[in-house]
Design a protein around this ligand. Structure first.
Ligand code: ASN
Length: 327
C-alpha cells in the first residue's frame, strides 16, 4: 500500500521523510544499514555502561493502567491517547515508565534501567521537525540516593565514552554515511530556564539549538508532578539535555516522593488523581523513597551521532507522526 495515501493531510509531503525499505534506492539502503549498525553498537555500549554503574536491566512494560500523564509539559504535543480494555480493566499504551521507575526503586531495588518502547501519538505536523516519532525507545533509568547532579554526571560520562568508542570501532560505517561522531568536552554547560526565556523568549526550545555548538543542560523546568519542586523557592530540580541543531535528547530530575506535594501538583495541573491512586497510596504510607533518574531518547541519540536528517532514518521501520507505513 502506498504510504502517501495513508498519511493524515497535514501538509506533510513525502519529501525529506524517511522511506520504507521497499521504496529505498541501493544507496539509501546502504546508509540506513550503516546507521542501524552504529545504533546497535550505541545501544550495546549504553547498556554495558549502565550495568557497570550498578544498574540492573529490566525488560519493558508496554500496557498498564498507569502511565506518564505527559502533562503539564510545554513540550507535549499528543493528539490522541490510546486506551484499550483488557480483562475488564482499562490499560494505556506506555507513554513512559516513570511511575514504574518510582515504585520499582522504592520497593524492589536501588537502581535499574530499561530500554523502553514508548508510544506517543504526536501531532502529524510534528513529522517535519525531524525529531518526533510516534513510537520510540528511551533508555529510562532511576536510582535511589542519587541527586539530579549525580544523574547529569553519569550521562555526561556515558556520552563521552560512547562517542569515543563508536568513533573507533565503527570507522567503516561512518565513512559509508560520510559522517563523523560528534566531538565535545564534559561537563556540559548548564543554563537556567529563566535565563533562556529572558534571552530568547518563550520559544527558547526552538532557539537554543541554533546557538550552541556542544550539548548543554537546561535546569528548572516547570512540568509533571513527579519532578521535584522546592516548596520555598519554587525552583524545579530537573533538567533537559539539548543538542546543537537538534534540541532535546534527555529529560530527568530529582523526584517528588511526598503524598501532599504530589497530590496538590496533580490537582493544580488538572491531572486525574484516580489514575495514580496506587502511587498516592504508597506515598501516603511513606513507601515511596526519593530517587532521581532520566530518560535518553535512543533514536535521537543515534540520529545525532550518525548525523541522520530525521530520527526515523535510524529506525528500520520508521514511525513518523501522521504517516502509517505497512510495516
Ligand atoms: N523518562 C523521563 C524521566 O525519567 C520522563 C519521560 O519520559 N516523560 O524523567
Amino acid at each position: 500500500m502506498e504510504y502517501e495515501k495513508q498519511k493524515i493531510d497535514a501538509g506533510i509531503g513525502k519529501k525529506g521523510m524517511p522511506k520504507p525499505l521497499h521504496e529505498m534506492s541501493e544507496k539509501e539502503r546502504m546508509e540506513r544499514a550503516a546507521r542501524i549498525r552504529i545504533g546497535s553498537e550505541i545501544i550495546a555500549y549504553a547498556e554495558g555502561f549502565m550495568r557497570k554503574e550498578g544498574f540492573a536491566q529490566m525488560l519493558p512494560v508496554l500496557l498498564s493502567p498507569i502511565t506518564d500523564p505527559l502533562w503539564p509539559d510545554p513540550a507535549a504535543g499528543i493528539y490522541k491517547r490510546l486506551e484499550v480494555d483488557i480483562y475488564g480493566t482499562t490499560v494505556r499504551t506506555m507513554h513512559s515508565m516513570i511511575v514504574h521507575k518510582l515504585v520499582g526503586t522504592s520497593l524492589l531495588m536501588d537502581r535499574f534501567f530499561v530500554v523502553s518502547p514508548n508510544i506517543r501519538l504526536e501531532k502529524p505536523e510534528r513529522a517535519a521537525t525531524g525529531r518526533h516519532l510516534f513510537e520510540f525507545s528511551q533508555m529510562d533509568f532511576e536510582a535511589q540516593g542519587y541527586s539530579a547532579a549525580d544523574i547529569r554526571s553519569l550521562i555526561e560520562r556515558m556520552l563521552h565514552g560512547l562517542v569515543e568508542h563508536v568513533g573507533k570501532v565503527m570507522d567503516e560505517e561512518f565513512s559509508e554515511i560520510g559522517a563523523e561522531a560528534p566531538k565535545f568536552g564534559i561537563p556540559f554547560k548548564v543554563y537556567e530556564r529563566a535565563e533562556l526565556e529572558k534571552e530568547y523568549g518563550v520559544d527558547w526550545e526552538e532557539e537554543l539549538p541554533k546557538h550552541i555548538s556542544e550539548p548543554a543542560w537546561i535546569v528548572d523546568l516547570p512540568r509533571e508532578f513527579y519532578d521535584y519542586e522546592d516548596p520555598k523557592t519554587h525552583k524545579w530540580d530537573n533538567f533537559d539535555l539539548y543538542l546543537p541543531k537538534r534540541g532535546e535528547l534527555v529529560t530527568g530530575a530529582l523526584r517528588e516522593f511526598e503524598y501532599d506535594k504530589m497530590l496538590s501538583k496533580m490537582e493544580s495541573a488538572g491531572v486525574k488523581k484516580e489514575l495514580y491512586s496506587l502511587l498516592l497510596e504508597l506515598a501516603k504510607e511513606g513507601r515511596i523513597k526519593q530517587s532521581a533518574g532520566a530518560g535518553i531518547g535512543m533514536e535521537r541519540l543515534i540520529a545525532w551521532i550518525t548525523d541522520a536528517p530525521h530520527v526515523g532514518d535510524v529506525q528500520v521501520f520508521p514511525k513518523v507522526p501522521g504517516i502509517v507505513y505497512d510495516l
